[in-house]
Design a protein around this ligand. Sequence first.
Ligand code: G1P
Ligand code: ZN
Length: 543
Amino acid sequence: MSILTVETTPFDDQKPGTSGLRKKTKVFMGDHYLENFVQAIFDGIGGVTGKRLVVGGDGRFYNDKAVKIILRMAAANGAARVIVGQGGLLSTPAASHLIRLNKTDGGIILSASHNPGGENEDFGIKYNTANGGPAPEGVTDAIFAKTKSMSSYKIWDGEAPDLDALGDSHLGDMVVTVVDPVSDYADLMETLFDFGAIRGLFADNFTMRFDAMCAITGPYAIEVLENRLGAAKGTVVHGTPLPDFGGMHPDPNPTWAHELMDEMFSEDGPDFGAASDGDGDRNMIVGHNVYVSPSDSLALIAAHAKNAPGYKDGLPGVARSMPTSAAVDRVARALGIPCFETPTGWKFFGNLMDAGKVALCGEESFGTGSDHVREKDGLWAVLMWLNIIAATGKGVGELLRAHFKEFGRNYYSRHDYEAVESDKAQAAYQKLRADLAALSGTTYGDLNVAQADEFGYTDPVDGSVSNAQGLRVMFEGGSRFVLRMSGTGTSGATLRLYLERYEDDPDQLDLDPQDALAPIISAAEQIVGFAATLGRAKPDVIT
Ligand code: G1P
Ligand code: ZN
């Protein structure tokens, strides 16, 4: 057996997006495509000689083959050890935890997150650094630069070991350690939450449904909720990860998790419901007859985190992505802690957490998490809610109503225009961008534009600057809309319109969000002209 050096030529489309490189699975399966990118990762981080890595993915189609290719390439590039989840499986938060727990130099995670999986759907790959978090832009830029001049890659000429057998084996000089993907993560959860209290809740006939959407969280949720916390067997549905997610679109929002929504809004629905995405980092929280928006979930967790043992001393600060609603800002003000506003993408929270400035972070896109890992964490959010419910003795609806009464309500919604022809999406985006300067002081119905700008971010820890992170139109009184181009789509362009309105009139706290936001939706239409520019009468997905 020996190291093969395979000649190749660069691909011009390997620029990592919001969360790594995502393409159609068949693109990754094409000759040299995955291999080029993996070599670019290795070269972009200064080589892997003598380094230790974690590798795993969400089990979607091609996961197993890709893991084996990466192992053979790591061996050929001189890595010392690779820790792999059994069967090549690891949820994204569990991978982040394993990197931190074993103090490895980094890790490679295979996933296209909430995008559908299968031979004709999506695949993805990303690199996480030694802190367990997604590589910051400096690193992804270096990787991208390497993809542009790729002329050869190294791969071990021999079979990768059996990924189903736990324990150590060798691939050349490299040690491959196959670990149980669930147990270390489940142990970590036990250190953060009051498992005794949550067990008491379930013993008291509290009912729950967790929809794993045939994706990676199934085994984690079964182990934690059913085995360790005593939730009834069958609490976790769609709990077996499948290469095509059983045809489900594993995006935990009311549109794609409609089976769960139907159950939660049925007469005999359970007390508590939750869903997670393809790679286990997203979450959706639902009570019986009540849906919790991700921005409200973040704010409520901030207000109640002290109930969980891992957070009993309070939070040093919180952070949210710019398009996420300002509900959490109000809680931070009340708690007297800082609230940071970052660009979209979990990678921007890493420095803040490493510096101890924040312990809780969230995005409107169903992402919540803390400094226990450096990824968002779906099951973590679910356990935090269960802990809060157990500690306060209040249900989801009761908690939410009390929260709105105390802090007011940030009505919120996101309208997505998906797979739009790129030139049309660009036209709409660039039109608003060009109009920004002239918008201040203009009026739409009762709404006066107070400020309009393009969001840019200077990282308070390392001073790095990230410009062009979305367009904001802010109205007097705290309402606003934000327009962004998605950085995770794989066909055409996806435009995201984020809408927000603050309300503290006690009689106005229970409106339908779309009704509450109607004036802002109409202002956005007047200002951007979606219908005319995109040729779409309405958005494809509303969350
Ligand atoms: C989307 C979400 C963003 C999230 C990312 C990865 O990115 O909007 O909040 O961090 O997926 O899960 P986008 O497609 O908007 O670039
Ligand atoms: Zn995800």
